[in-house]
Design a protein around this ligand. Structure first.
Ligand code: FES
Length: 106
């Protein structure tokens, strides 16, 4: 028996291969940010499409009823990670970088 099971889904950000855990209710953008990974985004409410990227593995649900993505795009493997929550482990192909460490203010 695993003494420390972590059942949170894993988000893998390709092509860099960075892996982060997604807490319950977190969007993919939020989970990445919490781990220090910045995904391209702007509105973060599913309307501007700045975060649009490929879902290359797994499945997601959306926090909102009408995210700014067409059925055809969804079927074609596109996703809006700012409002997408994973059903399990997922992987996306997205532009990402590391969040700069804020200055140490005393
Ligand atoms: S950041 Fe605007 S739709 Fe995702």
């Amino acid at each position: 028996m695993n003494p420390n099971p972590d059942l949170r889904p894993v988000l893998t950000v390709q092509p860099l291969g960075w892996c982060v855990r997604v807490a319950p209710g977190q969007s993919l953008v939020e989970a990445a940010r919490a781990a220090g990974v910045r995904l391209r985004s702007s509105c973060r409410n599913g309307t501007c499409r700045a975060c649009l990227c490929r879902l290359v593995a797994g499945e997601v649900d959306y926090r909102i009823a009408w995210p700014g993505i067409t059925v055809e795009e969804r079927l074609g493997g596109w996703v809006l990670p700012c409002v997408a929550v994973p059903r399990g482990d997922v992987a996306i192909d997205a532009t990402a970088d590391v969040v700069p460490t804020p200055p140490n203010l005393r």
